[in-house]
Design a binder for this molecule. Structure first.
Ligand code: KG4
Ligand code: ZN
Length: 357
């Protein structure tokens, strides 16, 4: 079947057309088009996302993005069998743009529609392959129980997934999301927005053992996280260094970026591995923008190989970890296989605080 995925939960206006077939045990996907219109330029001067500007940009971009999505896929609207749209969580004015567009399309063209949890989209992104990609998706199914680590600009959660559609949030951040910590730290270092990719690039040139930064809640018995203290530690460290007359040059910034990245990765991995052990997970999945981080991917792969060799790590393509329509379409397919029918269009509404439970 052909699925139109629509994603507008935050600052990306994204649509995709996905060809999906097969069963829950053996699904097959092919991305026919995947268009993302980024709003980075609009928000970067504020160093963060401004909801009212995001909504306005979605309103402006959604039609051109849809047009491009169809053009690239060489499909017509009549060919579409299902519309999958992000209904939450996210910024309310942003969610409204996508949900309303999808509802109207569903109403006019008489196509079934499914409202999708954005985080479920991030989890299912690991089923997708880009054409000409080097990373082959290692297995088409999830072996349950699975531990999913969601790391994005808005969320940091550990989820126990017992089956398709069966989720339990076992831990989450008590303050900032890890992506937010990357973004705020990048701002302290005078880097660009969003900060994650800038920190990661600079960190490659630095030495992560230069500065001893805290690993908040790493030893706590639960699976919760806290990242605001880590960012504040960078702030105080920078202030102290400046006061002592130290020049904040590129070398120092690279060492600080590497030390910060290592601290964040250490906490994420420690808790994920502990959860995988304690819940006897057969697989570990990661998703969300921070899952593009090479340090996190490599270290997680190494640790799992060493400490939990029987656990299967399902990694998404780095380019598909940030928000896109294809991941919403994949989640739409899994929901369709389970429900076999669309949502009631009159009852489908955005929910900014939607939880995966
Ligand atoms: O999933 P996403 O596109 O949007 C949300 O749902 O929040 O994630 C965006 C976040 C941003 O905070 C960005 O800085 C972070 O993902 N990010 C990274 C990397 N690429 C994106 N963080 C660390 N390393 C990266 N390579
Ligand atoms: Zn996201």
């Amino acid at each position: 079947m052909l699925i139109l995925g629509i994603e507008t939960s935050c600052d990306d206006t994204a649509c995709a057309i996905l060809e999906a077939s097969g069963s829950l045990q053996k699904p097959n996907f092919k991305i026919l088009s995947n268009i993302v219109s980024s709003q980075i330029q609009i928000h970067s001067e504020f160093g963060g996302i401004v909801p009212s500007l995001a909504a306005r940009a979605h309103w402006k971009n959604i039609i051109p993005v849809l047009e491009k999505t169809f053009k690239e896929s060489k499909k017509k609207f009549n060919n579409i069998n299902l519309i999958a749209v992000t209904k939450g969580p996210g910024l309310p004015p942003s969610l409204v743009s996508g949900v309303n567009t999808a509802r109207l399309l569903s109403f006019i063209f008489k196509k079934p529609i499914l409202g999708i949890n954005h985080l479920e989209g991030h989890i299912f992104a690991s089923f997708l392959n880009l054409q000409n990609s080097k990373l082959k998706v290692q297995s088409s199914k999830i072996i349950f129980p699975a531990i999913c680590l969601i790391v994005s600009g808005g969320h940091t959660q550990l989820i126990l997934m017992k089956n398709y559609g069966n989720y339990e949030i076992i831990g989450e951040t008590r303050d900032d999301a890890v992506g937010e910590a990357f973004d705020k730290t990048a701002r302290l270092l005078g880097l660009g927005f969003p900060g994650g990719p800038f920190i990661a690039k600079l960190a490659q040139k630095g030495d992560s053992s230069t500065f001893k930064l805290p690993r908040p809640m790493m030893e706590s018995k639960n699976y919760d996280f806290s990242f605001s203290g880590l960012k504040t530690a960078v702030l105080y460290l920078l202030e102290d260094l400046k006061k002592s007359g130290k020049k904040i040059d590129l070398k120092l910034k690279a060492n600080l970026a590497a030390s910060f990245e290592q601290a964040a990765v250490d906490v994420l991995i420690e808790k994920t591995l502990r959860a995988a052990k304690n819940f006897k997970a057969k697989s570990v999945l990661i998703g969300g923008g921070v899952a593009a981080n090479q340090k996190l991917r490599e270290t997680l792969a190494e640790k799992i190989k060493k400490d939990l060799p029987k656990v299967f790590l399902k990694l998404p393509e780095a380019k598909l970890t940030t928000d896109n329509g294809a991941m919403i379409a994949v989640a739409g397919y899994f929901n369709w296989l389970k429900k076999k029918k669309g949502d009631d269009i009159l009852k489908l509404e955005p929910n900014a605080n939607l939880r995966l439970e």
